[in-house]
Design a protein around this ligand. Structure first.
Ligand code: ADP
Ligand code: ADP
Length: 219
């Protein structure tokens, strides 16, 4: 991201002059409500076009070629909804088809993703009977269907109890590997142990970027 800015049509400047270079690992994106985290994540997910600056992915400008990033992208938005009447397996099979996967490949990806989020045993239960934490894991499973190298997760722990939140932290750590996982939260404990890097936003601006140790050293 080079000098990225975003101004809403109404005139609100939600992101200002933000530059960041990222690689594999977990980036914890911290900041209070209204800091601009969701806006920035929508830009990175190619759902919003920056009104200033540039985002490049492996050297490609994503404003010009969004598909270069989309094929490598998994995204769990803040307002992700599930179809209550479907089982987890049915829902993921549906989304796999929507994403253009079919046949044995689709089946294999669905089972792999269910296993990755620890839902294989619950795969035939109705999503309407799932806990909030389980639903969020379904959200992660759908984001993993295309085996993305960039996984963007917007405030996934809102409304989860402490145990579910801990489980979620471990899951994201397992998923990081060679991926870049970007996790936004306003809860520091969600990311202080698991993130390899932290970015702190306030009023649309980047106030800090570095390791958790560096941030704690500043405190
Ligand atoms: P959060 O702070 O948890 O990210 P918000 O309350 O800021 O959530 O936003 C919730 C939804 O409302 C988002 O989809 C956002 O785009 C929209 N929204 C937030 N603020 C405004 C606004 N001033 N005008 C129009 N839509 C807004
Ligand atoms: P965060 O995710 O950190 O809570 P957001 O990116 O949702 O922050 O919002 C950043 C700022 O942009 C807030 O002041 C919010 O009210 C505003 N905003 C968000 N969505 C919209 C929108 N659709 N229209 C106008 N303003 C918005």
């Amino acid at each position: 991201m080079k000098s990225v800015g975003y101004k809403y049509p109404g005139g609100h400047q939600a992101v200002s002059d933000l530059s960041l270079k990222l690689g594999p690992g977990i980036l914890g994106l911290l900041g209070p409500n209204g800091a601009g985290k969701s806006t920035l994540m929508r830009i990175l997910a190619t759902l919003a076009r920056p009104t200033a600056g540039q985002v490049t992915w492996n050297g490609v400008d994503i404003a010009e070629q969004p598909n270069a990033l989309r094929v490598a992208l998994g995204y769990l938005p803040q307002d992700f909804g599930v179809y209550s009447a479907l089982s987890a397996r049915e829902f993921l099979a549906f989304l796999a088809a929507v994403k253009g996967l079919s046949g044995v490949e689709a089946k294999t990806r669905v089972e792999t993703c269910l296993a990755q989020v620890g839902l294989s045993d619950a795969a035939d239960r109705r999503l309407g009977d799932f806990s909030g934490g389980m639903r969020q894991r379904v959200g992660i499973a759908q984001a993993l269907l295309n085996d993305p190298t960039l996984l963007i997760v917007d405030e996934p722990t809102v409304g989860l109890d402490p145990e579910e939140r801990m489980r979620f932290r471990h899951l994201l750590t397992d998923l990081a590997g060679q991926r870049l996982v970007i996790l936004s939260t306003h809860i520091v404990s969600d990311v202080e142990a698991s993130a390899t890097q932290l970015a702190v936003m306030a009023e649309g601006r980047l106030r800090f970027h570095g390791t958790p140790e560096q941030l704690l050293g500043m405190a």
